[in-house]
Ligand binder design. Structure first.
Ligand code: G3P
Length: 187
């Protein structure tokens, strides 16, 4: 419970807001897609700030997860702490529960729990973002593939990964609506 709370609290610190504030550029919630995440920072402020945002959001959940693993807790308990990180990022209390879409934070969590699944999904994300130039398509396809990759590479974590995928899909409902209507912003 304490580790889940730690995960939720660390997840709720949004990299995009800190990075943009420190860099003295505009609030990403007010421009582009309005999402406080690395894709929108990339769209608005370029690769350098997007990379720092990605790093921030991917790393922030790791201490809670390292503690969870260090204590030898079961995969489901590690998953609960990981999910807490993602929920903190998606529903941060300091920002009226309006957060990001949990892609970078899920990548960071998976990097600790199931590194090969995380790396496969990240490679797919980069390939799709490069080819399709739409972050949401890259995120949705990578999140959809993650449970299959887990089935193959880390069977003990399939249920955990399915839960993460479900959250990422829910957080992309607006993107799915925009994609269906052809007005999703590109990268
Ligand atoms: O990583 C978030 C991405 O999938 C969607 O972001 O800014 O295009 O809504 P955005």
């Amino acid at each position: 419970m304490t580790l889940a709370l730690l995960g939720y609290a660390s997840g709720s610190c949004l990299g995009a807001l800190w990075v943009c504030r420190v860099a003295g550029v505009g609030d990403p919630r007010l421009e582009g897609s309005g999402n406080p995440g690395f894709s929108n920072v990339l769209r608005l402020h370029g690769r350098r700030l997007a990379a720092v945002t990605l790093l921030f959001d991917a790393l922030k959940g790791m201490p809670a997860l390292w503690l969870t693993m260090g204590l030898g807790l079961a995969p489901w308990a590690q998953g609960v702490v990981g999910l807490a990180v993602l929920l903190g990022h998606s529903y941060p209390p300091w920002h009226r529960f309006r957060g990001g879409k949990a892609v970078a934070s899920a990548f960071g969590v998976l990097l600790v729990l199931t590194p090969w699944v995380a790396l496969c999904c990240a490679a797919l994300w980069v390939l799709l973002a490069w080819r399709v130039r739409t972050a949401a398509v890259a995120s949705l396809v990578s999140a959809g593939i993650a449970p299959l990759a887990s089935l193959w590479l880390a069977p003990d974590y399939v249920l955990v990964v399915v839960t993460f995928t479900a959250l990422v899909l829910v957080r992309h409902l607006l993107n799915i609506h925009r994609l269906r209507h052809g007005d999703e912003p590109g990268l």
